[in-house]
Design a binder for this molecule. Sequence first.
Ligand code: FAD
Length: 474
Amino acid sequence: MSALAQLQQDPRVVVRREGLPDPQGKCVVYWMQRAQRGWDNPALDMAIKVANELQKPLAVFFGLHPKYPNSNWRHYAFLVAGIRETWEQVEKRGAAFVFRAYPQHDLIRFCAEVGAALVIGDENPMREPEGWRQSATRKLRVPFWTVDADVIVPSKFFPKEEYAARTLRPKLHKLLSAFFTPLENPNARHRWTDATRPASQPLDEQTVLSDLPLDRSTQPVSHYVGGTRAGQNVLRQFVQHGLRDYDTARNLPHLPGTSNLSAYLHFGQLGPHTIALAVRDAEAPQVAKDAFLEEMIVRRELAINFVARNPQYDKLAGCHEWARKTLAEHRADPRPYLYNEAELEQAETHDPLWNAAQLEMVVTGRMHGYLRMYWAKKILEWTPSPEEAFDIAVRLNDRYELDGRDPNGYTGVAWAIGGKHDRPWPPARPVFGMIRYMTAGGCARKFDVKSYIKRVEALAGRSAQLGTHPALFH
Ligand code: FAD
């Protein structure tokens, strides 16, 4: 078997367009989309190995489109903050990083311009990027492979939708020893010369952000800074200070008990290997490490499985039959409170805890994980139908969370409102039926609600009661 055919057998690779590399081709192109990093990136590793094998240089193409579905200024500011470091890291690995912002972002044109012999992409289970890859497959005239770079265990091992964590966990654990290992991070051997190197646009973050025709309805945030280096600092802090208590503190929103790494994972600025290996090798109680790896590997990869295998992942229709049935039986139940989307968005409910959670998301770009469950369940309780509740939760989550528009978000909403990956919780209750229920009283017994609300008020930079709203809302 040729070395190239061997590389093709890598379980992370999906061959989307078969064939031999163009013998006239001048380089290999890696179309960097989801895995926005120059280190611990299996797609970059594969592109380098292929380029080395073909004895050609590698161009890493980063085309920035301004209309990624449901994304806005907030998301782009986080993304753009990471490009420079990725550029530097890619160049250190011996490849050329080529940045082209809209309207110069077209992959097919770029491949024709540089004479691509073969194109490598990265995987993303979401509907729209999958559509872009399918379109690239139709239009490219050279082989096109994609690499499942943002999971520990490649998704192709789980070809059906998994019912729950308990069905995925044993299958995933069986494969962990093969995939939960340090990545190779090889260097490209065949370098560009100054004369042959493809031209990149200069990167001035502020100009890029101000020139792109973005949805500007949601402002960038200053609480979390994008980029691999910033992500590594957050990871270091967590491993040194937070990890040891993760199993107990992660569900206590008044404490800084979780990693805050989800946005870095979402934008691919940190890969799952970097994080999971740092946790595995850290000095911390095993119970804390296991609890973290359960969330970061099992739960996260379960969410990716749901989105990859269920085309209705962002609708109530994608939830289990038992859940839709029980919700339908309680559709006409009187609601204790009814709010429209604008009232929810403005945090104008009677519930100070819910308002604080909403405000935390709007102001900082991140709501605490425990409160995300409560937040979504209350939207179910306070809106006219479960379908509407689902759609509102998805819209608000996607709009304000830095880590929004992610498989974890659709799965989180489906879990909270539609019982996805959960089980029926009898006896049936008004509105919820047998969907698991959460109350403000339960939260008050579990954690220090007052101190959480105070913390959010401080974060929001105001001491007034949460009933008055800042000019942050558009
Ligand atoms: P940590 O507790 O430190 O966990 C480490 C990592 O494990 C996270 O970064 C994440 O990648 C993964 N993880 C943790 N909890 C879960 C989970 N329940 N399901 C899947 N993976 C998990 N997560 C997002 O990334 N984006 C979203 O838009 C999002 N929206 C959510 C909406 C609702 C209604 C719910 C219930 C959950 C949502 N989650 C979402 C999942 C989870 O709440 C966040 O991943 C977590 O709070 C992020 O904070 P952290 O990085 O500090 O998490």
